[in-house]
Design a protein around this ligand. Sequence first.
Ligand code: ZN
Ligand code: ZN
Ligand code: ZN
Length: 350
Amino acid sequence: MRELGVDALLLSTGADLPYVTGYEAMPLERLTMLVVRADRDVEPVLVVPRLEAPRVVEQPDAFGILPWDETDDPIRAVAELARGARTVAIGDQTWARFVLALQAVLPTAAFRRATDVTGPLRIVKDVAEIDALQAAANAVDDIAVAMRARGFAGRREIDVHRELVERMLDLGHQRANFAIVATGSNAASPHHDPSPRVIEPGEVVLCDFGGTMDGYCSDITRMYSVGEPPPEVRDAYEVLVAAQEAGVRAATVGTECAAVDAAARRVIDEAGYGQYFVHRTGHGIGAEAHEDPYVVAGNTTPLVPGHAFSVEPGIYVPGRFGLRLEDIVVATDAGPERLNRAPRDLAVVD
Ligand code: ZN
Ligand code: ZN
Ligand code: ZN
């Protein structure tokens, strides 16, 4: 914070607060906010609604707790703690109502993004964080494998969605963040909302699901075909597998994120499907399902050991079908390491 000229760091809703304290603010109208001063002699204080204070696991060595009662003004309390700060860094996902109220009571302070402070810490995962990502990846791998033995025909997308959510919770995730189930032509919409549509023989089923386990996220996409896939699907899927492999192989330490995107994209372009790959190749993952570093054209960030990110190219042919294949990868000195190891073939299911 001193290097950046940040006098006070204010963290509320979002992943920064649990990253530094282990406590996640409830996304509600009652303000929760950690105030960290750059001054060495001032301890960080978590301003928290009194009724939510029992949820906080106290860490007196790390931060104090200031509970506020229903008729107190928590904005005043934060302003008091941040008094004299010329530059305030505030969490990206802090509600606008609180940012505006704080700007009103701290009129001389310059506000900037807390990401400037927390981003460099969060983007490089240490061993414990990679272990947590691996444990979450193992759980969704097991689900992806189990789904190969399940029948899909005759079920609705939302039924499969519910099964994925339940399985994530059963296997140790505290929260399911998403479970996209997209069948047939619905799969041409990359973030399709699971619907009551009934899955028919001959269709592909895209399952993209992930959640949060002990503070770290999982995210995997696997493809299933109800019966033998039509030739156009089989051909496109072969291209997709090669593109994903090329993206993973390119993800060596020192390589720019943009080059990883380009490596995957080139395979799809050269096979003639370029117009159907409509999104970036991947995103960082950690305490949030999507975070830095983004694997996208223009991102010149070079990979360093401990960067964790998805490699998830897709081919989406409107009105026909959609395909995506996604693994989480960690950059290491020994080369790119996939955390997901579930089979990557197009699984033929009933
Ligand atoms: Zn996505
Ligand atoms: Zn993803
Ligand atoms: Zn995904």
